[in-house]
Design a protein around this ligand. Structure first.
Ligand SMILES: Cc1cc2nc3c(=O)[nH]c(=O)nc-3n(C[C@H](O)[C@H](O)[C@H](O)COP(=O)(O)OP(=O)(O)OC[C@H]3O[C@@H](n4cnc5c(N)ncnc54)[C@H](O)[C@@H]3O)c2cc1C
Length: 421
């Protein structure tokens, strides 16, 4: 049996290693199309902070790791899939056949169609190659404009601040992380970031980027303001790497659609990680959960099924954990809540003076989502309550009155469940 794994990020690597354990005799080919050994994108901020070197980003550091596991590494870009002949065409013209295939190609950052967006000092922050270019331009004192204050935008802010740049963030939404946190939380993160010396412009976009006279770049905002800078970082969303699936029977929506076994619409082809859209824990609707732990979990399940087992993923739970210039924020599950007519109810605890915030969302007596700021301890209990779909009974009313008691609620409701199990 030959397994072709497309993509050697966390999903691809975990899948290859899981397959080797589950199917000792099978052939495994692991494909990547970047110029470095398999690495973790989430280590890029630490690289920019110069806490680690490039080797520190590598997923497996022991020399000969993949060779010892008899995992064949292949450098190449997949360009066209033939599901009838069960083979993949690569950019260099060669074909690779397979019995089972895993699509773990992740996603790529989107550059909005803005005049000047392709100038060399306009960078995305996604690959090691991007990080090298950013490190070159983001010197102490450099003026940097960051387009987008979503998950990636917030994560890289700390690294940029530590490099001593003068940072301006421009975000189309009315707050920071608008697709990940409640309006109140996004506003509190904005205030925090501003108090650390970052300029934040919300409800505004970048209209054009030109060569400047007093600086390498002049950026014109939708507000009409013009800003000179040395570097623009585009963090304005991502799109899955699925071009090679065009014209095949593999169904793609936002990402590659998979069932709870991580199998696509074509038997024998699986998908995992940032490229995959798997059923959500609560709604059952398909969801891309673009975080590394999710990539690893999905990869394990996909690999076991590729090896002939029958393993299911118990629904994806959206989890976001952010450290924005030292302010820790989290959101879980359906953090935006449910409509009242569908049984939704929620509560907010706001303590702006201490930069603490909690929003709990319920459907019936089950907590379906939460957003927190500054609660660094015990947020695992929030996740546990939501992921476990714990029936809160009388604890729901108590939490509506005193949301910070969620740890007590977790202990009281989950221990009897654990004992019963
Ligand atoms: C700056 C940054 C910070 C982040 N911080 C965090 C964090 O703190 N916590 C967290 O959980 N997540 C974080 N993430 C997200 C996390 O990195 C991703 O969720 C994770 O990398 C997903 O793994 P993956 O294997 O699905 O995809 P990827 O890591 O993107 O790997 C996909 C692989 O597929 C290859 N590939 C793509 N197309 C092709 C093709 N056509 N042919 C062959 N190979 C192909 C790519 O080269 C790549 O090697 C961060 C991401 C970035 C960019």
């Amino acid at each position: 049996m030959k397994h072709l794994i497309l993509g050697n990020g966390p999903a691809g690597v975990v899948a290859a290693e899981t397959l080797r354990r589950a199917a000792p005799q099978d052939e495994i080919v692991l494909v990547g199309n970047e110029d470095s050994p398999p690495y973790s994108r989430m280590a890029i901020p630490y690289l920019l902070e110069e806490n680690i070197d490039e080797k520190g980003t590598w997923l497996r550091k022991q020399p000969g790791h993949f060779e010892q596991l008899r995992i064949r590494e292949l450098r190449g870009r997949a360009v066209a899939l033939d599901t009838e002949k069960q083979r993949m065409l690569f950019f260099d013209g060669h074909f690779e056949d397979y019995d089972r295939m895993l699509i773990a190609t992740g996603s790529h950052p989107v550059r909005p169609p803005i005049p000047g967006v392709d100038l060399p000092e306009v960078q995305t922050c996604w690959t090691l190659e991007d990080a090298r270019a950013i490190a070159q331009h983001a010197q102490p004192g450099a003026r940097v404009l960051q387009l987008g204050a979503g998950f990636i935008g917030c994560i890289i802010m700390e690294a940029l601040a530590k490099r001593g740049v003068a940072l301006t963030v421009v975000e189309m939404g009315d707050r920071m992380v608008p697709r990940m946190m409640t309006p109140k939380a996004g506003g509190m993160i904005k205030s925090w970031v501003e108090s650390k010396g970052v300029k934040v412009v919300t409800s505004a976009g970048v209209s054009r980027i030109d060569r400047g006279t007093d600086a390498p770049l002049t950026v014109t905002l939708s507000t009409g303001d013009k800003l000179d800078c040395e570097l623009v970082i585009v963090a304005a969303g991502v799109a899955p790497n699925v071009a090679f699936l065009e014209g095949t029977g593999v169904h793609v929506a936002k990402g590659v659609l998979v069932d709870d076994r991580l199998e696509t619409s074509v038997k024998g082809i699986f998908a995992a990680g940032d490229v995959a859209e798997a059923p959500d824990l609560f709604t059952g609707a398909h969801l891309v959960a673009a975080i590394q732990p999710n990539a690893a979990d999905q990869a394990r399940v996909a690999a076991l099924n590729m090896a002939g087992r029958n393993t299911r993923l118990n629904g994806v739970l959206a989890i976001n954990v952010l450290d924005t210039l030292g302010l820790i924020s989290t959101s879980f599950g359906q953090w935006w809540g449910e409509k009242a007519e569908a049984g939704g109810e929620g509560v907010e605890h706001v303590d702006e003076a201490r930069s603490r915030y909690l929003s709990l969302q319920f459907k019936g007596d089950v907590m379906i989502g939460a957003t927190s700021i500054g609660l660094t301890e015990h947020v695992g209990a929030l996740r546990g309550l939501i992921h476990g779909q714990v029936k809160l009974g009388p604890w729901k009313a108590r939490l509506l009155a005193a949301p910070l008691q969620f740890v007590d609620a977790y202990v009281a409701t989950s221990q009897p469940m654990a004992l019963a199990r």
